[in-house]
Ligand binder design. Structure first.
Ligand code: SAH
Length: 249
């Protein structure tokens, strides 16, 4: 049952800050508080019904989902659906991922507070914000400049000093900050990119959707004595990982 939902869950993103106006008149402030309150309730329902009920149990992950305001990461015209159980379009032919998939991938990485993580496919920046609540440093790469810039601004405006956004081709990883304790790939190549394997630390964990255009397998890889040990965890469907020319890897 979960799988059929998961399969619909193509990832991806666009970022638009919902920009609550900083008015000083009391009516405006009252309205803002009510809106915030409504979103807080929707967030808690998302955690209970979409995450806990489906088996997400890591308290650090659940707490990150309670704290990060997902409605800031979706376009204004989708605000009403910000906490719904589905991916949402975000422009540039991309979508923001279904909350459950973000949670599942995060939990699967089994992160420690001291971990340094690489994400490929920044999109809206939502996944990066979730990771930033749990681990020490997040390095994230986005190939579409407009998305990368929006995510960078949104995350900086929200005070995330431990997220570093780079615009470029994530197939090649980000060698300057390697090795990474964990790597999360949120777009899908046909194979595991060799540079990412190299940039994973010993005992590090990578989660990546690999396969054909419309049917992929989420794979978890762990590096043991320099070799990547592979395990299939879930059938999924993500947007493709592409190169600078838009061709799929
Ligand atoms: N993690 C995102 C969702 C990502 S969707 C979030 O939480 O919102 C996948 C993203 O991967 C898209 O934004 C797409 O532009 C990007 N992408 C595709 N190929 C890429 C590549 N080679 N390097 C970096 N990003 C890439």
């Amino acid at each position: 049952m979960i799988f059929s939902r998961v399969c619909r869950c193509c990832l991806c993103v666009f970022v638009i800050c919902c920009g609550l106006s900083a008015g000083c008149d009391s009516t405006t402030i009252g309205a803002e508080a009510m809106t915030d309150d409504r979103y807080a309730q929707e967030r808690e329902q998302m955690v209970q019904k979409q995450l806990k009920r489906r088996g997400i149990s890591d308290e650090r992950v659940l707490s990150a989902f309670r704290r990060v305001k997902r409605h800031l990461f979706v376009p204004q015209n989708y605000l009403d659906l910000a906490y719904s159980d589905q991916p949402l379009p975000i422009g540039h032919n991309q979508t923001i991922s279904q909350p459950y998939i973000v949670a599942f991938m995060t939990e699967t990485l089994d992160l420690k507070e001291t971990d340094r993580v690489l994400e490929v496919g920044t999109g809206s920046g939502y996944q990066a914000a979730i990771l930033a609540q749990i681990c020490q440093e997040v390095y994230t790469i986005e190939i579409i400049p407009e998305l990368g810039r929006s995510a960078r601004k949104l995350l900086a405006d929200r005070g995330y000093t431990n997220v570093h956004v780079r615009i470029g081709d994530g197939y090649k990883g980000w060698a300057e900050h390697a090795p990474y304790d964990a790597i999360i790939v949120t777009c899908s190549p046909t194979h595991v990119p060799e540079p990412l394997g190299k940039q994973l630390a010993e005992e590090g964990c990578m989660i990546i959707p690999v396969g054909k255009k419309f049917a992929q397998e989420l794979i978890r890889l762990r590096k043991k004595e320099g070799e990547l040990v592979e395990e299939s965890v879930l059938p999924v469907r993500f947007v493709p990982m592409v190169n600078d020319g838009g061709k799929r890897y």
